[in-house]
Design a protein around this ligand. Sequence first.
Ligand SMILES: O=C(O)CCC(=O)C(=O)O
Ligand SMILES: [Fe+2]
Length: 307
Amino acid sequence: MATTVVTPKPALDKPLMHYGQRVLNRTAPGARRTEYRMLDIAPLTPHIGAEITGVDLSQPIGDGLADELRQALLEWKVIFFRDQHRFTPEHHVALAGLWGEREANPFFPKADTAGVSRLAKDAAMIGNENIWHSDHSFMAAPALGSVLRAIEVPPAGGDTMWADMGAAYDNLSEPLKDRIEGLTAVHDWVPSWGSTMTEDQIAPLRKTLPPVEHPVVVRHPQSGRKVLYVNEPFTTRIVGLSDTESRELLDELVLQARVPEYQIRFRWQPDSIAIWDNIAVQHYAINDYFPQRRVMERIAIAGVPLS
Ligand SMILES: O=C(O)CCC(=O)C(=O)O
Ligand SMILES: [Fe+2]
């Protein structure tokens, strides 16, 4: 009897069928921009990413400015500041505090006394965040956002990218939206962070960080907007589907973050700061500067359970 050998298709061969122009037009009827009184906002794309000028983040941030910063993040999903030369770890903690409590990442270096984690990458420690992801989605209440500051950057390279997962959801085909409505997915750190750990290292952490489930489409806690919430390193399966169905659907969904129309790419300088909404976007740290050195400081902001 003849046997048929089925070669699995690599994920990258899949066509990115489910995107178009529909929601990427900010001048469409109903699209409205907030008027800011205290911030100068320069959008970097029509829907994701804006550079904010005229603000010194080392000065006390009053309620009016804090409200506008929160509104700008909600509207632009990732906001950037440059030349914050007087910014200290204490300012970093205060800035992140406008959104919530600090959240430790068990896989990043321990925070300094102020509460900031320093991520230094060089020839001996090559970056591994070059995969589209949402921070801490393996937690029951994933981080609401992060505040990242560049300390030392390579002469070229080491950019970071963010992708608007609300736009990604909006542009899925209607049949695909129907198919994923109401589904939940498992998120787990073991396949990614655990891949370089021993069983003895994994076991105790597993107790505090068991696999968790989140809806495949979450409602953003503040904007109420629907967001595609599955990511390549941490989402391991879709509940209720066979292994094959789950793998195929996840392959298709995680690829959406790679669509250029959803993305913004930021070129860092020392003392540039980015704040991102970790539910609305995914991000990718480009790993093109080896063996140059790149040093960043980061605070993640504790989130809420998603629905
Ligand atoms: O270093 C970067 O550009 C981002 C790294 C990252 O994924 C993170 O800080 O969550
Ligand atoms: Fe990250």
